[in-house]
Design a binder for this molecule. Structure first.
Ligand code: PLP
Length: 430
């Protein structure tokens, strides 16, 4: 495989962009190679600047649930652009997408659009603090909620992969108000919430963790969380930036039947354009300015191109059996990976919820951050490089999720399974 143009581009990029990338995991450091530069993409295929083709399992980290350059979405964005790209004033598109989102996500009564998942979680936490008059937030080890200061403690893949414990630049004064506890540990949860309950504004959780690899919630974990937070007057925030419109049209809350007070969205609702959103009960949302005192704003929030992309994206998700078919593909692929691991005799623990999955290179069950850390990252690195050389584009970190999109055909999935068999066999031999 020739990647000489990518190599040259990366050298040039490093001179003007820190690390040559605009988001750290893209630099591919944890898989021991340099990134390829993407020229274009269509459906489930991405093409690099040297003309190599790959079957894409990154999906821009989640948004591309219909694959790349989906014609109806492209059309919607193009048409919107012709009428102007930003006004800084209300539009009917915002109202239309907000209505769709409120109708889709069971616990939402009102929603506010922002420009990224990071903005959504940051604003939701401010709102929870304003609403409760309390300062402390509780999160879970290995969960990622964007890069705002309060969340950069044991914050999942991007941070783990670089070996940065939290981050310099985050004042102690801020993180002293953040408590991070193990995912899926109901005892520690109960103890923490009961001890500090009257100081805790909110608990924020990925209802299926996706940023330490895919880690599903235990059978009673989310219910326990709901019961305790209700009892103690703590705002429960589901960070559904990955799971929203992914696990079902109503997200993880619909999938598991557990309703948070606030929900953060991103990724899929923007159809590949920069969008985030947070919403919830009217009683809480009405605390936001201009109705209430909690300030939050955005020059480009509710951007017409992003709203148009979001509307088109969601409409496509309403197709009957969309999620059934997507999940069947994912199951087919997961079976293939499990069989490949068995055949090669290498230990792989595959976690999957719907169309999200991670194959951890470890024998042990992966239920939290600590067990995820048992995975053999060098082995993943070799697997990543081998797969890339055969035209399969995986996430450049063991602690990320593999996304199945509606654009993946069974034939492509079969091809990717064959390559996985080959790669696993090679790993077993070395
Ligand atoms: C990606 C992600 C975010 C941050 O979203 P950005 O758009 O990258 O700022 C927040 N929470 C979760 C669960 C995510 O996966």
């Amino acid at each position: 495989m020739n990647t000489s143009i990518s190599e040259k581009m990366f050298e040039m990029a490093k001179k003007v962009i820190p690390g040559g990338v605009n988001s750290p995991v893209r630099a591919c450091r944890s898989v021991g190679c340099d990134p390829v530069f993407i020229q274009k993409a269509k459906g489930s295929t991405v093409y690099d600047v040297d003309g190599n083709e790959y079957v894409d399992f990154v999906s821009s980290w989640g948004p591309m649930i219909h694959g790349h350059a989906q014609p109806e979405i492209v059309e919607a964005i193009t048409e919107a652009a012709k009428d102007g790209t930003s006004f800084g004033a209300p539009t009917t598109k915002e109202m239309a997408l907000a209505s769709m989102v409120v109708e889709a996500v069971p616990s939402l009564e009102k929603v506010r659009f922002v420009n990224s998942g990071t903005e959504a979680t940051m604003s939701a936490v401010r709102l929870a603090r304003g609403f409760t008059g309390r300062d402390v937030i509780v999160k879970f080890d290995g969960c990622y909620h964007g890069h705002a200061d309060s969340f950069l403690i044991k914050a999942g893949s991007g941070v783990i992969t670089l070996g940065i414990p939290g981050s310099p630049g985050v004042p102690q004064d801020i993180v002293k108000n953040t408590i991070s506890i193990p995912y899926n540990n109901e005892e520690v949860l109960e103890q923490t919430l009961r001890e500090k309950g009257d100081t805790i504004a909110c608990v924020i959780v990925e209802p299926v963790a996706g940023n330490m690899g895919c880690v599903p919630p235990g059978a009673t974990f989310l219910q326990k969380l709901r019961d305790l937070t209700s009892e103690l007057g703590i705002v429960l925030i589901f960070d559904e930036v990955i799971t929203g419109f992914r696990l079902s049209y109503g997200g993880a809350q619909e999938h598991f039947g557990i309703m948070p007070d606030l929900t953060c969205l991103g990724k899929i609702i923007g159809g590949g354009l920069p969008v985030g959103a947070y919403g919830g009960k009217a009683e809480i949302m009405d605390q936001i300015a201009p109705d209430g005192p909690v300030y939050q704003a955005g020059t480009l929030s509710g951007n017409p191109l992003a709203m148009a992309a979001g509307i088109a994206n969601l409409k496509l998700l309403q197709k009957p059996d969309f999620y059934k078919e997507l999940n069947e593909k994912a199951e087919f692929f997961a079976d293939g990976l499990n069989k490949a691991a068995e055949k090669a005799g290498i230990p792989v623990t595959l976690n999957r919820v719907g169309s999200l999955m991670t194959g951890f290179f470890t024998k042990a069950k992966v239920t939290d951050f600590e067990s995820a850390m048992e995975a053999d990252v060098d082995c993943y690195g070799r697997h990543y490089r081998q797969m890339l050389s055969k035209g399969i584009y995986l996430a450049p970190s063991q602690f990320e999720v593999l996304f199945i999109s509606a654009a993946h055909s069974i034939d492509e999935l079969k091809k990717a399974i064959e390559m996985t068999e080959w790669s696993f066999k090679k790993l077993a031999e070395d």
